[in-house]
Design a protein around this ligand. Sequence first.
Ligand code: 5GP
Ligand code: MG
Ligand code: MG
Length: 201
Amino acid sequence: AQTAMVSGGADADAGIDRVLWTEADVAARVTEVAAELCADLRGLREPAVVVGVATGAFLFLADLVRRVDAPLAVDFVRVESYGDGTESSGRPRITSDLKVDVAGKHVVVVEDIVDTGNTVSCLIAHLEKKGASSISVCTFLDKPARRSANFQLVGDGKFYRGFECPDYFVVGYGMDYAELYRNLPYVGVLKAEMYKKDTSN
Ligand code: 5GP
Ligand code: MG
Ligand code: MG
């Protein structure tokens, strides 16, 4: 059924060139970030709202919140800018909005990776308009080399990150290439031949 997709065989990891962070590396670092976040959320007067950016943040969010012993709500937004390629369009759109009311709340945006910063900037503006009293960003990976949009946290918001990521297109631990590889428990780089031939340029 998946003959139209780029596929290298029956294993989920077919096509991975090398691993940047193993499953154990990820678990150890997520535990540390969760401890930092937990200490901050326990100091709040009311429950925070943790907002995951679908789909990429789903594993990080799941691993993170179960290590945070503080009252919190979880919701998701969908923001799209990438399509199936490896380059951001630079114009993210919110294609699925929150269900939880964030007015007057402390919001923690949970991302898989902050690259140009366009997605996070767009989301911060959106959440601020909805009346969030403070906004933090917690990203599994941070690729500062490619930052073009400098986002500003709101109120007492903080920036948390798992790892600084070198300037490669990475997959696994929630992150995809053409919707595949999200289920890998580690983060890796694809072999060059796995990318679809782009005939548009
Ligand atoms: P932005 O450029 O707006 O900061 O990043 C937007 C989104 O692009 C990220 O949340 C992530 O979903 C995707 N993205 C950025 N860099 C990578 C990457 O190296 N690998 C994958 N799979 N997605 C990425
Ligand atoms: Mg994302
Ligand atoms: Mg993607």
